[in-house]
Design a protein around this ligand. Structure first.
Ligand SMILES: C[C@@](O)(CCOP(=O)(O)O)CC(=O)O
Length: 390
C-alpha cells in the first residue's frame, strides 16, 4: 500500500506507540482488502460500548488506550450504552463498569452527546463523505440513504481509524464495488414498521451482498417513511453482512453502479412470517433509536389504541440523545398518555435495551415492531421478543 510521508512516520512509531498501532491495524486490514492507499475520514462511529458485550477486557483495553494518551483525531460518535449506564441494575459493580466505559470513551474524545446507534441524527454526513463507522444499522443507512461511503467496521477498526483520522480505500469506499447483486421487487405496499422489518430480515437472508430494492412505501409522513426505511435497512444488516442496499429512486445517484444482468427476485407479503406466540405487558420502541419527530409520530392515539389492544401498559423508548432538547414537550405527551390510556412511558436517551441483560431486570418477554430487535433480543438480552404490528 502506498503511504505518504506522514503516514510512514506514524507507522514507524515517530508519533508514539498508540498511533503506530492504530496505523498498523488500519493498514493491515486495508492490505488484506486490496487497498492501494489510505483516505481521510470526516467522522468515525464506534461500537463496543455495552459492558455486557465488551466486559472487563474491553474496559481494560479502553483504559489502557487512555493511559497511553490516545485521543481521536476526527469527529467521533459512539453507540448507545446498556441500561447499566442509567444505574438500573441492583448489581452496583455492573453499573460502575458501564459508567467507567462511558467516561473513558469521553476522555478519548468521543462526542459526549452521542451514544446512539443513529449517529446521523447527531451529525448528518453529506453525499460523498468518507466515514469509518461500526454499527451495522448506521452503516447501511449512511451508504444507502445518505450517499456517504463507509465499510462495516468493527468497534476496534472504527476506533483505530478515529485515532488516525483515516481509513483504507477499499470495499464500500469505491463506487465500482457498489454494484447491486440482485434486483428485488416488492409485491406489496410497505405500510408498517413491522412489515418493513420482516421484509428487511427476509432480504438479508436472500441477498448476495447489495440488493437493489424496488418498493412502494405508504407512510403518513416523513418521520414514518424514515422509520420504514431505517427499520428495513437495519433488518437487512441483521440477517446479512450487507453494508448497503440500493433503494430505487432514493439512493443518491453516482454513489453506486448498475448491472442490468442480475437475478430478479420478487417478494410477496405472504412470505413474511411473524407468528411468534408470545405476549408481554411491555413494548420496546427505538431499535434503531428514535428521533424526536419519530417519537411524536408514534405517541399518538392511533398507536396507543393498538398498544392497549395488545395489553401493553408500559413502553420503553430508546432514543437519540439530542431529544433532551424537547424534554418539556415529550413529558407533556407522556403525561397525557398516562391519563388517557393508563400506559407508562419511559424515554431513555443514549441507552439500548437490546445490548442490556433484560433477564436481570426481570423482563422475560417484550413486544417490539423492530426487525433488528426481533433478531437480536433473545441472544443479546435473554428476553423473548414478541412482534407487534405497528
Ligand atoms: C447488534 C449491535 O448493534 C450491537 C452493538 O453493541 P455494542 O456497541 O458493540 O455494545 C452491533 C451491530 O449491529 O453492528
Amino acid at each position: 500500500m502506498y503511504l505518504n510521508a506522514i503516514e510512514e512516520k506514524i507507522l514507524s512509531g515517530e508519533y508514539g506507540e498508540v498511533l503506530r498501532k492504530a496505523m498498523e491495524v488500519v493498514v493491515k486490514v486495508g492490505e488484506v482488502l486490496g487497498a492501494e492507499r489510505l483516505i481521510d475520514i470526516t467522522h468515525a462511529h464506534i461500537s463496543g460500548v455495552s459492558y455486557f458485550n465488551i466486559g472487563d477486557d474491553g474496559l481494560e483495553f479502553l483504559k489502557d488506550l487512555k493511559q497511553r494518551g490516545a485521543k481521536v483525531r476526527v469527529y467521533t460518535t459512539a453507540n448507545p450504552y446498556s441500561l447499566a449506564g442509567l444505574s438500573l441494575y441492583k448489581d452496583e459493580n455492573i453499573n460502575k463498569k458501564q459508567i467507567e466505559i462511558i467516561k473513558t470513551l469521553i476522555e478519548l474524545g468521543i462526542d459526549p452527546g452521542s451514544f446512539t446507534c443513529t449517529p446521523y441524527e447527531i451529525r448528518r454526513p453529506s453525499i460523498g463523505e468518507h466515514l469509518a463507522w461500526a454499527e451495522s444499522s448506521a452503516v447501511i443507512y449512511a451508504n444507502s440513504l445518505l450517499g456517504a461511503f463507509t465499510n462495516r467496521e468493527s468497534g476496534i477498526t472504527a476506533l483505530m481509524s478515529a485515532l488516525i483520522g483515516k481509513t483504507y480505500d477499499a470495499g464500500m469506499h469505491r463506487v465500482e464495488n457498489r454494484v447491486a447483486t440482485e434486483e428485488i421487487h416488492i409485491q406489496f405496499d410497505i405500510d408498517s414498521i413491522l412489515f418493513a422489518s420482516l421484509l428487511g430480515l427476509y432480504i438479508g437472508r436472500v441477498t448476495k451482498g447489495i440488493p437493489y430494492i424496488k418498493a412502494r412505501y405508504r407512510a403518513e409522513n416523513n418521520a414514518m417513511l424514515n422509520l420504514f426505511l431505517k427499520n428495513m435497512l437495519a433488518s437487512i444488516a441483521s440477517t446479512s453482512n450487507s453494508s448497503m442496499a440500493i433503494l430505487d429512486s432514493i439512493t443518491p445517484p453516482n454513489t453506486f453502479k448498475r448491472d442490468d444482468h442480475i437475478e430478479k427476485i420478487s417478494i410477496d407479503e405472504k412470505e413474511l412470517k411473524y407468528d411468534v406466540a408470545c405476549q408481554s405487558d411491555t413494548l420496546l420502541l427505538g431499535c434503531p433509536h428514535l428521533s424526536y419527530e419519530e417519537i411524536m409520530t408514534l405517541f399518538r392515539s392511533k398507536y396507543m389504541e393498538i398498544f392497549k389492544r395488545y395489553g401493553i401498559n408500559k413502553i420503553v423508548v430508546t432514543a437519540v440523545s439530542n431529544i433532551i432538547r424537547y424534554d418539556v414537550e415529550i413529558k407533556e405527551v407522556i403525561r397525557r398518555i398516562r391519563a388517557m390510556y393508563n400506559i407508562d412511558i419511559e424515554v431513555l436517551p443514549g441507552a439500548c435495551a437490546v445490548v442490556s441483560n433484560l433477564k436481570m431486570l426481570k423482563i422475560e418477554s417484550i413486544y417490539t415492531p423492530h426487525g433488528k430487535a426481533l433478531h437480536y433480543l433473545y441472544n443479546l438480552s435473554g428476553a423473548m421478543p414478541c412482534s407487534i404490528n405497528v
